[in-house]
Design a protein around this ligand. Structure first.
Ligand SMILES: Cc1cc2nc3c(=O)[nH]c(=O)nc-3n(C[C@H](O)[C@H](O)[C@H](O)COP(=O)(O)OP(=O)(O)OC[C@H]3O[C@@H](n4cnc5c(N)ncnc54)[C@H](O)[C@@H]3O)c2cc1C
Length: 448
């Protein structure tokens, strides 16, 4: 393989962020007469979609308690809607179905969705919620539900297919997407902090601007850039917390119930919205009736022909290890450590049965032969960092929110061309020290 010895823009990672940035930057360079896709190279140590973007459940939603996240997600949904075919995008909508302890949070999400013109319906009260859900699915039986937020936009996309679609769009603009090229280090200028080149598995590449879209490998790239492993965070209590680890890992738990996806349709025969249920009703095993949990729990699911069944997941768990010692490779289903086990299968299948009668007694159909799950790398407040480091390195670290964030690359491309984005502003690294943290909700998920 021949790789360029010099390039203006070097993008590390062919996942959603690297590819989206490359595609949009190529378009903008051409439109402004400032260059073209030929000025951009995307390098991936494995291949397109080899990271989190290639194994993601693929859910695209607006439902976020944090105003800055919600506004950004509305822009991202527009990008998904701009070319559903190329992005393998299914605009079926999304439902957040919640217990009383989340009622107020979700009501504020609905109010703010109305304020930004994002179409949704909000149902309040136990009886009204049950009626609304039974209107969609006559076998609905989830307990402990007092509100339903039904987002009419959003839905899901097919993980690898959408990445291949995005790569094809970037390549059609002249971007080179090179697989099997690993970035091993950075070369720095003698008079500045800036990066002047990349040391790769195939030799050095001089570059003027670097974009990092390394997903769960961001801690590794961060270390190679010699950025701080521990930082100061001004907490919500107003106090400065020093020595806070910059990165931590969580393991996402997802899987597929191997039944015909056509079995999960609405009463009127349509494919349903993505369903997300959180509840504090006790969850009992669908296998032996034993109590699984009497604390707040949550699941999400959708019928998905790409996965061959009903696919979804539950809350992730925190990986209690020094981030430098976590084995990110081999990634995803290939990992010996970070894949789901029996506890997840029992919990998730029982939770499906808790929600809809059609899933009762189906645990034997769970696809145990297909390994699933994967690592995500999170920031101190579990929200993204989009910022420039060392003068010319743009780091896109989405804190595992990001398959749905296909529009971030478009905004990053604008910033690379000198136009600051108000939507990205709340995600600067300096927010930690300034204490400008995003609000947290009562959801059991670290990303809501
Ligand atoms: C199981 C699971 C389910 C998820 N479900 C959803 C979901 O439903 N909706 C949602 O919005 N988000 C979801 N996420 C989160 C989402 O997938 C990620 O936030 C997002 O895909 C990250 O995109 P990325 O482009 O930053 O990184 P990635 O897609 O991980 O791409 C990074 C790429 O960088 C390459 N790379 C790494 N290091 C180097 C190096 N040194 N040199 C060259 N290349 C390198 C890797 O090979 C990889 O291809 C999920 C995550 C997981 C793990």
């Amino acid at each position: 393989m021949t790789i360029p010895r010099a390039v203006k823009y070097a993008v590390i990672g062919a996942g959603v962020h690297g590819l989206s940035t490359a595609f949009h930057l190529a378009q903008m360079l051409k439109a402004r007469g400032r260059g073209s896709g030929e000025d951009i190279v995307v390098l991936d140590k494995t291949s397109v979609g080899a990271g989190a973007s290639g194994i993601a459940c693929g859910v695209v939603r607006n439902n976020y308690f944090q105003p800055a996240m919600r506004e950004l997600m509305a822009q991202c949904v527009e990008v998904w809607e701009s070319d559903p075919e190329a992005f393998s995008y299914h605009p079926v909508g999304y439902m957040q179905i919640s217990p009383e302890c989340m009622h107020e949070d979700v009501a504020s999400i609905y109010d703010q969705q109305r304020a930004i013109g994002y179409e949704s319906v909000f149902i309040e009260g136990a009886d009204a919620s049950a009626r609304y859900m039974k209107g969609l699915f006559d076998d609905w039986q989830a307990r402990g539900i007092t509100s339903v937020l039904h987002e009419k936009r959003g839905g899901y996309a097919n993980n690898r297919a959408s990445m291949l679609g995005l790569a094809a769009k970037a390549e059609a603009e002249g971007v080179r997407v090179l697989s099997g090229v690993e970035v091993l280090g950075f070369e720095f200028g003698s008079n500045s902090n800036a990066v002047t080149g990349l040391a790769t598995s195939h030799g050095s590449i001089a570059c003027e601007v670097v974009v990092v879209g390394a997903g769960p490998w961001v801690n590794n790239i961060w270390n190679l850039l010699d950025l701080p492993k521990r930082i100061t965070v001004k907490g919500r209590d107003g106090r400065l917390h020093t020595d806070v680890p910059m990165w931590k890992f969580w393991c996402l738990e997802e899987g597929t119930l191997g039944i015909d996806p056509n079995l999960h349709k609405t009463n009127d025969g349509r494919f349903p919205p993505v369903i997300h249920v959180d509840t504090d009703a006790p969850l009992y095993s669908d296998i032996d009736g034993s109590l699984i949990t009497d604390e707040l729990w949550g699941i999400y699911y959708k019928p998905d022909f790409n996965f061959g069944g009903i696919q979804g997941g539950a809350s992730p768990y925190k990986v209690e290890q020094d981030p430098d010692k976590v084995a990110v490779d081999p990634y995803g289903p290939e990992s010996p450590d970070f894949i789901v086990g029996d506890n997840f299968v029992n919990m998730w299948c029982s939770a499906l049965a808790h929600c809809q009668k059609r899933f009762e007694g189906k645990v034997a159909h769970y696809k145990r032969e297909e390994k699933s799950g994967g690592l995500g790398c999170f920031t101190p407040d579990n929200f993204p960092v989009f910022d420039t480091f060392r003068e010319n390195v743009y780091v896109i670290a989405d804190s595992n929110h990001g398959y749905k964030m296909i529009g971030v690359g478009k905004l990053v491309a604008q910033e690379l061309l000198g136009e600051k984005s108000a939507l990205l502003q709340p995600f600067r690294f300096s927010r930690f020290e300034k204490g400008e943290l995003h609000p947290t909700s009562h959801s059991p998920f670290p990303w809501s």
